[in-house]
Design a protein around this ligand. Structure first.
Ligand code: GLC
Ligand code: CA
Length: 585
């Protein structure tokens, strides 16, 4: 336990050094990193963003697919649990090859979701109750059914270079082959032959998702128009999809093989994507998107419209999506922090893995930017499945407690697990391509419908057949049941957001330290204008006693008669997998 004196010493030292922009390392049984994370009060900096996967959230018209009528009906639920903004996976017109990440018309909300009128109603309602709405913006690729691609494929003047075309090479037997070795993220070559244009086109994802050509300034102009259109309709920002893939090497150099791998088109990880991912020019595209959005709000004197970018990349590259370290060029307001997903892939995690996941972000992020914490999304197994249902509350507590922005995937607040889906029922294009690897590759499991109650199909749809099957455990895990219990995942989640709102207000000073102490206990220490707070989390299957210097118990993930909020403690015996939040008394 840190004594008050030691703590004071740590803080004095830390203030001295953070003033010069350095991280501080303090010896205190183990090395503790204390970092400063100053916050101003712009709305997004302490937001709780809730990702809605519209197909699976709520079906309003009974066709088995979630839609915007459904979203509108549930906005009050989000408001009630303390969410401040929702981001919606794509709702635009799409053949649905990649569930909307293949857009055929950027200006139209797909009829399946209720069309543009339904979105307007969502925006009006959200504004009324004080919720922000963020749309998914997919700049890297369109659908092959998009008019731009049709015009480009038939060589219509002005559209020839909207996409990345190449005549290919001729092999020994006189056949046309792709110009290089680039491998699609969704397996296979990144190049497909187009019969009409008689050329290859580039697609970093599915063949039905041709990559736009950002070397052509007209493409950027088109995309700015798209952004303006939705900004005019009143959205509060965009989640920007798959940014690392925006541009590729002009010289089309081969990506080198990954160490120890042999070239295999069925193995997207067989190459190191140094020429197809996170290349220098790509960051400039993200910065241009930011300039456009900032200019929009500046001219109209509007509140910030936020940009959140999606990039699974090395720490140094990831950070460049925020902007340059001196802030002279700005990118996304924040780029998703996937460390809690990628660095904690399963239940075997240790405290030191959590410490590392947090510190890797904090130590790499330039101090002018705002951290964020993502626990789940539609591309990764659910937290309850990955980390164990017994740990869900503690991880919700952690993401609520850490400085900056909290991001929750729909259903994580009730501890939903992955559902059961067979390859035949599956919808994920990468996975259904090859049923023999479906279980390893499918993202359908984390996309099963939201569990609202214990009625047929969990209250998600009145249709007999939801687009993906409802998880079998819906009678136990659902919003209705959890609302009725004080100790449910949902009630704890709600209490966590309430704690955040009351105690973690934007603050001029904000210090963070993360450490394992004692063994098997994660300790996160925060100091802000409102006081000194400590989160403890026992990852073990057995109780652990922790000594304290006079702490007031604010919140526990295992409420019981013995655990009374408000009690002053000199020590605490943490239950297995329990997390508590304390305030220095
Ligand atoms: C992003 C999306 C993912 C999609 C891919 C291609 O990674 O999150 O669902 O398949 O982009 O658009
Ligand atoms: Ca529907």
């Amino acid at each position: 336990m840190v004594t008050k004196g030691a703590l004071a010493a740590i803080l004095v030292l830390c203030w001295a050094l953070t003033a010069q922009g350095h991280l501080v390392q303090v010896r205190e049984r183990q090395r503790v990193k204390v970092v400063g994370v100053k916050q101003t009060d712009d709305w997004w900096k302490t937001a709780v963003f809730y990702q809605i996967y519209p197909r699976s959230f709520m079906d309003g018209d009974g066709d088995g697919v979630g839609d915007l009528q459904g979203v509108k009906a549930k906005l009050q639920y989000l408001k009630d649990i303390g969410i401040t903004g929702a981001w919606l996976s794509p709702i635009f017109k799409s053949p649905g090859v990649d569930q909307g990440y293949d857009i055929s018309d950027y200006y139209t909300v797909d009829a399946i979701f209720g069309g543009n009128a339904a979105l307007k109603k969502v925006l009006t309602e959200a504004k009324k109750i004080g919720l922000k709405i963020i749309l998914d913006f997919v700049p890297n690729h369109t659908s092959d059914q998009n008019d731009w691609f049709k015009l480009s494929s038939n060589g219509t003047k002005g559209y020839e270079d909207y996409y990345v075309w190449h005549e290919g090479k001729t092999n020994g037997t006189g056949q046309k082959v792709p110009p290089n070795n680039w491998v699609s993220v969704f397996k296979g070559s990144s190049w497909s032959w187009h019969d009409q244009r008689k050329m290859f086109y580039l697609h970093q994802f599915a063949p039905q998702q041709p990559d736009l050509n950002y070397a052509n300034p007209k493409v950027m102009e088109e995309m700015k128009k798209v952004l303006t259109y939705w900004l005019d309709m009143g959205v509060d920002g965009f989640r920007v999809d798959a940014v690392p893939y925006l541009m590729e090497d002009k010289r089309l150099r081969n990506d080198p093989l990954a160490p120890g791998r042999k070239y295999d088109l069925n193995d997207p990880d067989c190459v190191q994507r140094i020429y197809t991912k996170d290349i220098d020019e790509t960051f400039e595209v993200v910065y241009a998107i930011r300039s456009h959005v900032d200019e929009y709000t500046r001219k109209r004197k509007l509140a910030t419209r936020v940009l959140m970018s999606e990039a699974y990349a090395d720490p140094d590259k990831t950070m460049r999506y925020y902007g340059t370290s001196d802030g002279k060029k700005l990118g996304a307001h924040f780029t998703f922090n996937f460390n809690l997903l990628t660095m904690l892939p399963n239940k075997d995690f240790k405290v030191k893995d959590i410490v590392k996941a947090i510190n890797t972000w904090m130590n790499n992020m330039p101090k002018i930017y705002t951290p964020n914490w993502v626990l789940g999304n539609h591309d990764n197994h659910r937290a309850a499945t990955r980390l164990g249902s017994e740990n869900v509350d503690a991880f919700n507590a952690l993401t609520a407690f850490l400085p900056g922005i909290m991001v929750t995937y729909n259903g994580e607040e009730i501890g939903m697990t992955d559902g059961q889906v067979t390859c035949e029922q599956g919808q994920d294009p990468v996975a259904t391509k090859d049923c023999s690897t479906y279980n390893e590759t499918s993202r359908d499991f984390e996309r099963t419908p939201m569990q609202w109650d214990d009625s047929t199909n969990a209250g998600f749809t009145t249709n007999e057949k939801p687009w993906l099957p409802v998880a079998e455990n819906y009678k136990e895990i659902n919003v209705k049941k959890e609302k009725a219990s004080q100790s449910s995942h949902l009630s704890i989640y709600k209490a966590l957001l309430q704690f955040r709102k009351e105690h973690l207000k934007p603050s001029k000073k904000d210090k963070l330290a993360v450490v394992e102490q004692p063994t098997k206990v994660l300790k996160v220490y925060r100091e802000n204008d409102q006081g000194n707070y400590t989160l403890l989390y026992n990852i073990a299957d057995s109780p652990v006693k922790v000594d304290l210097t006079k702490q007031k118990l604010i919140l526990t993930t295992k409420p019981s008669d013995q655990r009374k909020a408000g009690s002053i403690l000199e020590d605490i015996t943490l239950e297995p997998h329990e997390s508590v939040i304390l305030k220095s008394a």
